[in-house]
Design a protein around this ligand. Structure first.
Ligand SMILES: NC(=O)c1ccc[n+]([C@@H]2O[C@H](COP(=O)([O-])OP(=O)(O)OC[C@H]3O[C@@H](n4cnc5c(N)ncnc54)[C@H](OP(=O)(O)O)[C@@H]3O)[C@@H](O)[C@H]2O)c1
Length: 330
C-alpha cells in the first residue's frame, strides 16, 4: 500500500481504502515530495462524506473526481520537474499541492509521494516537528491571513475566536495574543482550561452561554463554527469592527450558503478569508511558530493506514487542535 483512495461517498472507515498507485512524475515547475506527515482538513471530510450536498457537482456527482484526499504535507523533496532550480533532492519542506483539490488530476497527500508547484513550497526548519509543519499549511496560514491581512489586529483590540479549540482556533488564539489583542475564546467547557493556557484572556463555554446575547463587543470576530447568524454576530461588533465568518456551516445540504448570502449585503464589516498557501505565507507562519507567536496543538496523529479513523475524527468536530496523518519516518 502506498496510498489511500476514496471509492465512494459515505462513512470514512468504509470508503477510504488502501491502494497501490504509480509514483507521480513531476511536471515543469513541480517538485515530487516524499510525504512524512499530512493533515486532515475540513475539505477532506466534506469530500469523503460528499457534503454539503449542493457541492456534490464540485466534488464529482456520483463518485469523487480526485481519488486521493489531502492537500497539505511536510516531507522531503524526492524528484524535480523540468526548470526547477531553487530546490534540491533531500530538502525538507512543507507545502500544498496547490490548484483545485477536487480536479481529476489533483494528486492528494494521503499517499507516500505527492506533487506540488514550487511556489507552494517552503523550507521546514529542522526543529519544527513534521506534524506541526503539515498542520500549519492550512490552519496556520488561515489564522495568519485572518489577523494580519483580512482584519488586521492592532494592540489593544478585543478579538473573539469562536471554535478556539479547533485546528484553526489553536493557531489563532496565540497569534492574536502576540499581536497585542485581548482575546476571548469560545469553546466547550471541557476545553476551557487548556485554551486559556494558549493565551486566551477569557473563555466563554458555548454549552452554557450564547456569546451573541452578551452585553460585550469586539473589534474582530473570527467565527470558525457559524452556529450564530451573521446578523446576530454583527451586533456584537464594535464600531469599525470586522466579522470573519469562517466555517462551512451547520447544514449538510447548504453548508455556508446562508452566511454567504448574508455577507453579500453586509459591506466591509463582514469579510472572508481565502486560504492562499503561497511561499510567503508559509514562511511567515513557520517564523511565527519558531518564534513562539503561534502554536500548533495536535489532537492526535494516525498512521496512513488508519486514514478513515482520522477523517472520522475530524468530521466529529470533537478534535482538540489538528488531526495528523503520519505517512513515514522523517
Ligand atoms: N477560509 C478558508 O479558506 C478555510 C480553510 C480551512 C477551513 N476553513 C473553515 O474553518 C472551520 C474550522 O476549521 P477547523 O479545522 O478549525 O475545525 P475543527 O478543528 O473541527 O474545530 C471546530 C471546533 O469548533 C468547536 N465547536 C463545535 N461546536 C461548537 C459550537 N456550537 N460553538 C462553538 N464552538 C464549537 C469544537 O470545539 P469544542 O469541542 O471546544 O466546542 C471544535 O474544536 C471549518 O468549518 C472550515 O470550513 C476555512
Amino acid at each position: 500500500m502506498n496510498a489511500i483512495v476514496q471509492t465512494a461517498y459515505g462513512d470514512p472507515a468504509q470508503v477510504l481504502i488502501p491502494a497501490d498507485l504509480p509514483l507521480p512524475p513531476p511536471g515543469p515547475g513541480q517538485a515530487r515530495v516524499r510525504v512524512v506527515s499530512t493533515t486532515v482538513n475540513t475539505p477532506d471530510w466534506l469530500c469523503t462524506r460528499g457534503q454539503p450536498y449542493f457541492l456534490r457537482p464540485m466534488f464529482g456527482l456520483f463518485t469523487p473526481r480526485a481519488p486521493v484526499r489531502g492537500t497539505d504535507f511536510a516531507g522531503v523533496v524526492d524528484a524535480l520537474g523540468p526548470g526547477v532550480t531553487e530546490w534540491a533532492v533531500g530538502d525538507e519542506v512543507l507545502g500544498s499541492t496547490g490548484g483545485f483539490p477536487f480536479a481529476r488530476t489533483a494528486p492528494g497527500t494521503f499517499r507516500t509521494h505527492t506533487l506540488a508547484p514550487v511556489d507552494r513550497l517552503a523550507r521546514k526548519p529542522a526543529d519544527l516537528e513534521w506534524d506541526h509543519a503539515a498542520a500549519a499549511v492550512m490552519s496556520g496560514v488561515v489564522a495568519l491571513q485572518a489577523f494580519r491581512d483580512v482584519a488586521p489586529v492592532q494592540p489593544g483590540h478585543r478579538v473573539l475566536i469562536v471554535g478556539a479549540s479547533g485546528a484553526i482556533g489553536t493557531f489563532a488564539v496565540p497569534l492574536a495574543k502576540s499581536l497585542g489583542a485581548q482575546v476571548t475564546a469560545v469553546c466547550s467547557g471541557a476545553n476551557a482550561a487548556w485554551v486559556r493556557e494558549l493565551g486566551a484572556d477569557s473563555v466563554i463555554d458555548h454549552g452554557t452561554t450564547d456569546w451573541t446575547t452578551l452585553d460585550e463587543s469586539w473589534d474582530v470576530i473570527l467565527d470558525n463554527v457559524m452556529v450564530a447568524s451573521v446578523g446576530a454576530a454583527r451586533r456584537r461588533l464594535r464600531p469599525g469592527g470586522v466579522l470573519l465568518p469562517n466555517s462551512v456551516g451547520q447544514s449538510p445540504w447548504w453548508g455556508p450558503l446562508p452566511w454567504l448570502a448574508a455577507r453579500a449585503t453586509a459591506g466591509q464589516a463582514v469579510r472572508t478569508i481565502e486560504h492562499q498557501p503561497t511561499r510567503a505565507h508559509l514562511d511567515a507562519v513557520v517564523q511565527a511558530l519558531v518564534q513562539g507567536r503561534t502554536r500548533c496543538v495536535m489532537d492526535g496523529t494516525w498512521p496512513l493506514s488508519q486514514a478513515g479513523e482520522a477523517v472520522a475524527r475530524k468530521a466529529s468536530h470533537q478534535g482538540r487542535g489538528s488531526v495528523g496523518l503520519r505517512v513515514a519516518e522523517g
